[in-house]
Structure formats: C-alpha cells, structure tokens
Design a protein around this ligand. Sequence first.
Ligand code: NDP
Length: 385
Amino acid sequence: MKTVTILGATGSVGSSTLDLIERDPDAFQVLALTADRDVEKLAAAAIRTNARSAVMADEAYLPALRERLTGTGIDTAGGRQALLDTAAMGADWTMAAIVGCAGLEPVMAAVEQGGTVVLANKEPLVSAGEIILAAAKRHQATLLPADSEHNAIFQCFDASRSERVRRIVITCSGGPFRDWSTEQMRSVTPQQAVAHPNWSMGAKISVDSATCMNKGLELIEAARLFPVPHDAIEIVIHPQSVVHSLVDYVDGSVLAQLGPPDMRTPIAHCLAWPDRMPTPMAPLDLVAIGRLDFSAPDEVRFPALRLARAALDAGGARPTILNAANEIAVAAFLGKRLSFLEIAAIVSDTLACYDPPAPQTLVEVLAVDAGARRIAAERIEDRSR
Ligand code: NDP
C-alpha cells in the first residue's frame, strides 16, 4: 500500500487524483489532504478517503474544518507551518497540486523527505527549478511530471540516450482565443478566458492557457526537466489536445504520447509508475477524432510565448520574475482590475524594470518573487489611475 499526500486536494488536479485513488482503496492509504479555504470539499474528501489528517493553509478556516470533522478521528491543522509540516510527513507519494508559487515551499518540504513527488504545480519549477532539482538529487527524491505535456515527454524520452534526442515538441491547444485578432482580444472577460475548449482546469491555469503564458511556463518547465538545449524545445499549436507532446530522435523517429484531454491519464501514469494502472477513460477513438492539426504559434498575438523564451534564455532571476508578475497580473484580470491584453504587458514592464542578481537559495528566490509581485502590483495600480 502506498501512502499518499495531496497538496491542493480541493482543486482540479487534486480532485482528479482523488478520483483515481478512491477507485482503488486497497492500493493507497491517504496520509494527508490540504486546501487553502474550501472547508466543505476538503472535509468531504478526508472523510471519504479516511485520511489521517486534513489541513487548511489559511488558518482562519481551521475552526470550521475542526467543527466539520469532529468525531471522525481525522487530525486537523491550519496555517502555513502546518502545511509545510504536512508536506514533510514522509508520504511515499506526494501530489503537488497547489496553484502558483504558494506551492514552492511545500514542494521543497516534500522533496526533502526523499519520496516520490509528482509535480502538477509548475510555477515552483519555473521559479526555482535548479534549486528543486538539486534538492531532489541530495535527498534522493523521485520527481515525476504530471503536467500532461511533460508527462508525455517523460514517457517518450530515453534518458539513457539524451544525446540522441534532436528536439522536444510541446503541443499547445492555443486556448479559447487561438483564432482571435488582437483587436478581438481587447475586451475578453474573465468568464470567456476561463472557458477552455478542451480541458477543465482551475481559473489561473485557464487564463494562462488563454494568454499562452501556460505554454511559456511549460517551455521553462521542460528545459528544467529534460537535458536538451533550449533551442531544441519547440512549441506547436495542436487544437485537438490529443497528442500531448513529442520527442524527435536523430534517426528521424518521432515518439509521441496520445490520450484523451483528461488529467487522470498523466496522474495515473505517475501513481502507478513504473507500472501502469487502469483508468475509467474510454479508449482513444482515432476514427471519431478523424484529424489532428498542427500549426506554428503566433508570438505577436500571444507575446507571453516570446517573454517566456527570453526569460529562459537569459536565466538567473528572469523566470522567477516572469512567473511572479504573471501571477499578480492574472489575479488582477480575474478581479476585473486589468484587461486581458494587459496581463502580458504587466509581465513585460516588470521584467524591464527589475533586474536583481540570480537567486541561489530558496530564500533568495522568495525575495525576488516578492519584489516582482510588488512591482507588478504597482504597475497595475499605475494603469488604473
Ligand atoms: P485549482 O485552482 O483548481 O486548485 C488549487 C489548489 O491549491 C486548491 O486545492 C486550493 O485550495 C489550493 N491553494 C490555492 N492557494 C493556496 C495557497 N496559497 N496555499 C495553499 N494551497 C492553496 O488549480 P489546478 O488544480 O487547476 O492547478 C494546480 C496546479 O497544477 C497549477 O500549478 C497548475 O498550473 C497545474 N496544472 C493544472 C492542470 C489542470 O488540468 N488543472 C494541468 C497541468 C498542470 P482551495 O480550493 O481551498 O482554494
């Protein structure tokens, strides 16, 4: 039996993970489930899975959780330190599914335990990739990518012969505004932006998909995870989201992983790895799908792609700044304090006026992250004047 902890159990990825675990209660024992504020969903999941503990990251919601779980025997805790202690409990398998850089310290706490840490939460890898990878090596933790594209690459990438890989091709649905002009995108509402055509996801990643910043973050994530030169990682628009990514070898063989646009497939791959486990999804019906289209991305209409590639190439603090400014800008857009096109503009402005030295430690990453958030927030304030 594998012991499992899910950080961000109430979110989209957290719910998909729970769905798989609950289908096979003999294989998994839930150690801990965490959320930020969604007491009802967390409590219900903790009871269903007979979790040992349930944790609210926002301590203000702990009394409500306690009340809801009275008499169940499930331990409760709340606050940032409780979240970190939970991540450090030493589960065999930890799903990192908190959204944003709020997941960075919990990911590090889990990695330092040396178990298997499954990364859906991509922002920590973007902001502090080298630090996380070094910690994983030091503590002999196994990192597995749950992000569908990176999971696809992981399944196709022959790590023992990485020098024989010519290219990695990351596919991108293009999001809901793939065919819109810049003019049309000027008046996009949060409601339109979160309605992804293929995937059902949390609000932040849905907006990132609409701006294509998600693909930019994934470009950086791929560069962290797979040992290939940056210019050997390409992005290709593939509206059907059936081919999740491809690896091109020097002999001309291109290996791809295909599957339904459902996170339960990559999560199941990580849950069972190196074995396989069944999922409830119907087999892929290629005849019904009929055609698979591919085209080049447009970095003029979607400048986030260009900003992310430049940040990756420049290295140092640039990816951390890119990510932090984007998190602030997306939150402002969702709060109707910023227009859709201004998201990339805020990221660009923040990168242009903030150039701290490369962070070497987690504390330094968090300081750069905080500085970028402050500047991005000021820029948003300036625009609303
Ligand atoms: P959601 O917004 O659906 O869920 C986020 C989870 O994190 C919730 O459990 C939430 O709790 C918790 N959370 C939010 N803020 C904090 C905080 N400050 N401290 C601790 N916990 C917090 O996100 P998704 O599931 O969509 O995405 C999670 C991560 O996985 C993201 O990094 C995303 O980029 C990545 N990812 C997501 C995919 C998807 O299909 N959704 C696909 C690939 C990657 P509460 O519910 O209480 O707010």
